[in-house]
Design a protein around this ligand. Structure first.
Ligand SMILES: Nc1ncnc2c1ncn2[C@@H]1O[C@H](COP(=O)(O)OP(=O)(O)OP(=O)(O)O)[C@@H](O)[C@H]1O
Ligand SMILES: [Mg+2]
Length: 323
């Protein structure tokens, strides 16, 4: 697949607007030596507290790692976690236009980890759609962002930002300017994403939209064909873990890209790598057939790394030579 490597040069500097649910992943690590006197639970003696960008911000980090120029638009609360998100975005060299919403906390997933073993996860979030100033702030940020974008990602993690008002504003604005939009969907009704260039449901997201289990390839193909009209001309890229990914477009035969991972270490965040690679490819006018191979090989690199990871053009170039 090394014939695809020249595309990677043109990713450099491409401006990708990433709209969606920004999250903060928090890890409290330490040791457990005793049981609490207050309740029959272990006491974690915290030795370290780490923060990572998650959700839409991780999709943006993937764009940036591939040489693109990402700008993140989303909501954070008026809290210290919101400050941490802004600092991490700055440190990662990512552009951002975050709206501070007094009506919600910053979306945060806190893991308590004892000697490498996760004990419990605590989530702080509000899934309410944005309203009032938060909504007008988001729509204004989208308008400003679209004026300087080569491509868009709509990163839906079902934490509220991707409401009908926000999704339709982005999709209509992008269509008017001829900017491709890649959607990572979480909502069961794909009509929310009408106007998208491509949406990338995984197995469970596709089953949710189809309303039934999809145990094999033919069930997946039948479901995608049935759901396709909801998008008004857009494509569905069904991502299927170790089974690779299948692209379904109106009026064209489905095409498949196999999974290429040499070793699988941690599959977390592979979906963010897929949308980032697709958005950069479409912004660069790479044909769909090539874009899904790039996305698949990029995902293969990140699943072979520990934790939520990203991939650089050099790593992707090397992997393309090997498949
Ligand atoms: N176990 C695996 N082996 C090989 N490749 C994999 C594996 N899991 C994921 N991938 C690669 O990553 C792509 C996206 O993975 P998947 O379909 O699991 O998306 P996802 O569920 O959205 O991921 P995420 O955990 O980021 O939400 C797959 O199409 C494939 O290319
Ligand atoms: Mg996903």
């Amino acid at each position: 697949m090394k014939a695809l490597a020249p595309h990677l040069q043109s990713f450099s500097g491409k401006r990708i607007l990433v709209v969606g649910d920004v999250m903060l992943d928090e890890f409290l690590r330490g040791d457990v030596k005793r049981i609490s006197p207050e309740a029959p639970v272990p006491v974690l003696e915290v030795r370290s507290r780490d923060h990572r960008l998650g959700g839409a911000a991780n999709a943006a980090a993937n764009v940036q790692a591939l040489g693109g120029n990402a700008t993140v638009i989303g909501l954070v609360g008026q809290d210290t976690e919101g400050d941490v998100v802004e600092r991490l975005l700055r440190e990662g060299g990512l552009g951002a236009s975050l709206v501070r919403d007094a009506a919600r906390p910053t979306t945060r997933k806190t893991r308590l980890v004892a000697r490498g073993q996760q004990m419990v996860r605590a989530d702080s979030e509000s899934r309410e759609p944005p309203q009032n100033e938060a909504l007008t702030g988001l729509l204004a940020a989208i308008d400003a962002g679209l004026a300087n974008a080569d491509g868009c990602i709509l990163s839906d993690y079902a934490k509220g930002v991707v409401s009908p008002a926000v999704a339709s504003h982005l999709l209509a604005g992008a269509a008017k300017r001829g900017i491709p939009v890649v959607v990572d969907p979480k909502h069961r009704d794909f009509a929310l994403y009408r106007g998208a260039t491509v949406i990338t449901p995984n197995q469970s997201e596709l089953e949710l939209a189809a309303g039934s289990p999809l145990p094999n390839e033919s069930a997946i193909l039948a479901a995608t064909e049935r759901l396709l009209p909801l998008l008004g001309g857009g494509a569905i890229l069904a991502t299927r873990g170790a089974d690779g990914m299948t692209l379904v477009r109106p009026g064209l035969a489905p095409i498949h890209a196999r999974a290429t991972a040499k070793a699988v270490f941690d599959v977390t965040g592979a979906g963010d790598t897929v949308v980032a690679t697709l958005a950069l490819s479409l912004a660069t006018h790479v044909p769909f057939e090539d874009a899904i191979i790039l996305a698949s090989v990029a995902a293969g690199v990140v699943v072979s790394k520990e934790g939520t990871a990203t991939v650089t053009p050099d790593e992707l170039r090397e992997a393309l030579h090997e498949v």
